[in-house]
Write a protein that binds this ligand. Structure first.
Ligand code: LIP
Length: 269
């Protein structure tokens, strides 16, 4: 059994180190060196350098663990433990000198996420949680909001790169929510935005077709802050799903009705 407190403290320090690297590189960022993985899905030399920095340190911390990383560094063998890493979540924001953008690092075993750390660089906010513990923002305990009324709720939406498969669902969800909730926001960093629900700033976040590296750390931070995460059918065993419906739990069923009703619009690739 691993020492989660020891690992969490070291991962916090690593997330800050990687985040400071991102901020320093941003000052002299060369947009000509940005590659396109798929239509409108970008990766920069900074994403890759951040991932190498993180993976090298995590290998020292827990040599027996495997890796699931956005840019493919490390290896996913069938080990008991696995790091789930997004070295720069919010890449498009970063490329355009916008925020939020963050480092997201989680550790899971074969059954569950054990710890999660998200460092959002724009506001210098470090979120963390580990199994059995509380959720924190810069050392202060955080909790989801008490809002129970969907019409008063502040909702984050994510629009994934796979526009062709997601567009019809996204447009329908906006059509049904716009004017019937407290506000809608599109910010471009799943990891950071799931933490904003954990901190009580928003009541929910909805996005499909994103990777486990976008979700894993935010998942445990949200759970330990009293929130919940399901797929668009309400299945809590959503961790490996490519559908993320994160909420404060109190408005979950009301908003789930909108998602479930329109899920048929998600074309299966
Ligand atoms: C991003 C997610 C965001 C999503 C973007 C992209 P990346 O991750 O955090 O929620 O809408 O399409 O997937 O690519 O910046 O690591």
């Amino acid at each position: 059994m691993v020492d989660l407190c020891f690992l969490t403290e070291n991962v916090k320090a690593l997330a800050l180190q990687a985040g400071n690297f991102l901020k320093k590189e941003r000052l002299s960022f060369d947009r000509s060196r940005v590659e396109q993985k798929a239509a409108h899905d970008y990766v920069s030399y900074v994403d890759k350098a951040s991932e190498r920095l993180i993976v090298d340190r995590l290998r020292q911390l827990l040599p027996e663990a495997g890796f699931i990383t956005e840019e493919g560094t490390g290896s996913l063998e069938e080990q008991e433990y696995c790091w789930v890493v997004d070295p720069l979540d919010g890449t498009s924001n970063y490329i355009h000198g916008h925020t939020p953008y963050c480092v997201s690092i989680a550790l899971r075993d074969r059954r569950e996420v054990l710890l999660g750390v998200v460092y959002e660089c724009g506001r210098d906010e470090l979120f963390w949680a580990c199994k059995g513990g509380k959720a924190y923002l810069n050392g202060t305990e955080i909790h989801v909001s008490d809002q129970r009324v969907l019409d008063q709720s502040f909702i984050e939406l994510g629009f994934p790169y796979d526009a062709e498969r997601y567009r019809a669902f996204a447009v329908k969800v906006v059509e049904e929510l716009y004017g019937h909730v407290g506000g809608l926001r599109l910010m471009g960093s799943a990891a950071a935005e799931i933490c904003y629900v954990a901190a009580g700033r928003f009541e929910a976040r909805v996005e499909g077709f994103i990777g486990p590296w976008d979700i894993a750390a935010g998942y445990i931070i949200l759970k330990q802050a009293g929130g919940m995460m399901t797929d668009f059918s309400g299945d809590e065993n959503c961790f490996d799903a490519a559908e993320v419906f994160a909420s404060n739990g109190k408005i979950h069923q009301d908003l789930l009705q909108v998602l479930e009703k329109n899920k048929k619009l998600l074309e299966k690739g």
